[in-house]
Ligand binder design. Structure first.
Ligand SMILES: Nc1ncnc2c1ncn2[C@@H]1O[C@H](COP(=O)(O)OP(=O)(O)OP(=O)(O)O)[C@@H](O)[C@H]1O
Ligand SMILES: [Mg+2]
Length: 284
């Protein structure tokens, strides 16, 4: 069964003028996949994620047409956001809006506590979440004194502690440095290995190229393209998103006649491929 199915989804915020935020979006997210969502500012990424997880219509209202199904069931049929939260949860783009406990550990176990697990399991989920996101030692830190990046990691860890089957992340690394960004993506890779389905709105193309299974592009509220990551960057068409620099280098070398190598999407692939080419060609 698909994790999420959108059929001709359109949405206009109550006070929105001009074009609606989403127009006739049809998209299926498979169970266990990592789908990256890209698009310029205002393209509709946050709106799309909000509609997938039930924030639209349960929290934010407007004119909605089409259907959204989560695990085969219409979002409305769940009845409330909290009923949806063990199936699907979203990490908001501004972590401030998601953190409301004084101490980090209380924040991370807040969800499991409210789901009524026994004490031992609550603690274990909390500790595991902190470990996965490199937050050991942060247990007693005051949430509102954390840096933006630390808050982002706590927000993701808090959602992870709920063990939803599907996690939506809205630009989760926007305030993180390269090391923090890589750590979050590695943790997400771990969630994928555990069978969690991930949908992430993200501008960091290098990271999506490395980790995402597929990439979807929104433009002016419309889904203009979706494809497997490798095909997405190498099909030769302009999807309005520049490929990673190592990929551009590969495409350029290939155009200038260098052959016998696979065009890389990541730095790791590039190192391996270009080492092979350089060994064969020798230094000039
Ligand atoms: N609460 C709201 N009320 C009215 N219009 C809104 C609201 N939220 C978003 N919009 C409008 O809907 C459109 C899509 O916005 P959305 O936030 O989904 O874009 P986005 O792709 O997430 O952008 P960004 O990259 O800046 O986060 C924009 O035109 C935006 O101005
Ligand atoms: Mg957004």
């Amino acid at each position: 069964m698909a994790a999420i199915e959108l059929e001709d989804l359109s949405f206009r915020y109550r006070n929105q003028r001009g074009e609606p935020a989403l127009r006739d979006v049809s998209l299926t997210v498979e169970e266990g996949e990592f789908l990256g969502v890209v698009g310029e500012t205002g393209a509709g990424k946050t709106t799309l994620l909000s509609a997938m997880c039930g924030v639209i219509p349960f929290h934010t209202s407007g004119d909605r047409a089409g259907t959204v199904r989560v695990k085969g069931r219409a979002v409305e049929a769940y009845g409330s956001l909290s009923a949806l939260s063990s199936a699907i949860s979203m990490v908001l783009d501004s972590p401030e809006n998601q953190l409301f406990n004084l101490h980090v550990f209380d924040e991370v176990i807040w969800g499991p506590e409210n789901m009524g697990f026994d004490r031992e399991e609550i603690i274990e989920r909390g500790e595991r979440a902190l470990r996965l996101f490199g937050l050991e030692g942060f247990e007693d830190r005051i949430t509102y004194t954390l840096s933006g990046g630390e808050k982002q990691k706590v927000a993701i860890a808090s959602i992870y502690a709920l063990s939803p089957e599907i996690i939506l992340l809205d630009e989760p690394t926007s305030q993180l440095d390269p090391i923090g960004t890589e750590m979050v993506f590695e943790a997400i890779d771990q969630l994928i290995a555990e069978g969690v389905t991930i949908v992430m709105a993200e501008h960091k193309i290098e990271e999506l190229a490395k980790y995402a299974d597929r990439i979807a592009v929104l433009r002016g509220g419309e889904l203009t393209h979706v494809d497997e990551t490798r095909a997405f960057f190498l099909d030769g068409a302009d999807h309005g998103v520049a490929p990673p620099q190592v990929t551009e280098l590969g495409l350029e070398l290939s155009r200038s006649g260098v052959d016998g190598f696979r065009i890389p999407l990541t730095l790791e692939e590039a190192t391996a491929e270009y080492a092979g080419v350089l060994r064969r060609e020798g230094p000039r």
